[in-house]
Design a protein around this ligand. Structure first.
Ligand code: DGP
Ligand code: NA
Ligand code: NA
Length: 207
């Protein structure tokens, strides 16, 4: 059976990726395609609830401890993602290990240290980075109340994404997301469709 594709949406906060990924998911469902949508952090598990507490500042954890919990949250769902892919269902994910590295390294932690806990997770077939500058992101209704939603911090995250892009140039696409949502959706959909078609001949690799 043809396997599904693993496709990640990344971007700074307010880049529009959550809106876009839901649109793509719904379009694919309407066409009868096999597709599953998820996101990280996945806040409902025990680990996810601890992460939610951290993001909403109801608890404090060291930078290292929270980094490992974000990674553990991905690992606790890794096997189910693999099962979907092997059953021919494509998996769309709102944030993945690249957020893990970018958001923690933006605090000044060593980049290689940041990458280690996610090594071995299923490697995506495609990363769509929705790129907007921090000021544009902020102007979209402003950042919310959560811990990382500050212009200076998001600027660092964005520059870390460009480093990650160099390392993953085989799978990484930067999409200018400064335009309207309606302009963006068909562009993203065509990258998604192309990836699903072309991933068939490749095994699922590991990060
Ligand atoms: P979201 O639910 O997509 O708005 O993500 C919540 C916040 O958590 C957002 O500011 C990005 C950040 N984030 C996502 N994944 C990770 C991670 O693995 N590590 C760290 N430190 N932050 C992350
Ligand atoms: Na957010
Ligand atoms: Na979001």
């Amino acid at each position: 059976m043809a396997r599904g594709a693993l496709i990640i949406f990344e971007g700074v906060d307010r880049s529009g990726k959550s809106t876009q990924i839901k649109r793509i998911f719904n379009q694919m469902l309407n066409k009868g395609e096999k597709v599953y949508l998820t996101r990280f952090p996945e806040r409902t598990s025990e680990i996810g609830q601890t992460i939610n507490g951290y993001l909403t500042s109801s608890n404090n954890l060291s930078d290292q401890a929270i980094h490992l919990l974000f990674s553990a949250n991905r690992w606790e769902h890794a096997q189910s993602i693999l099962n979907y892919l092997n059953n021919g269902t494509s998996v769309l994910v709102d944030r993945y290990a690249f957020s893990g590295v970018a958001f923690t390294a933006a605090k000044g932690l060593d980049l290689e240290w940041c990458k280690n806990p996610d090594r071995g997770l299923p490697k995506p077939d495609l990363v769509l980075q929705l790129d907007v500058d921090e000021e544009t992101a902020k102007s979209r209704g402003g950042f919310g109340e959560e811990r990382y939603e500050k212009v200076e911090f998001q600027r660092k995250v964005r520059s870390l994404y460009s480093r990650l892009k160099e390392e993953h140039s085989d799978i990484w696409k930067v999409i200018d997301a400064s335009g309207t949502a309606d302009e963006l959706t068909p562009q993203l959909q065509s990258f998604v469709d192309e990836t699903i078609k072309n991933c068939q001949n490749n095994d699922i690799e590991k990060l």
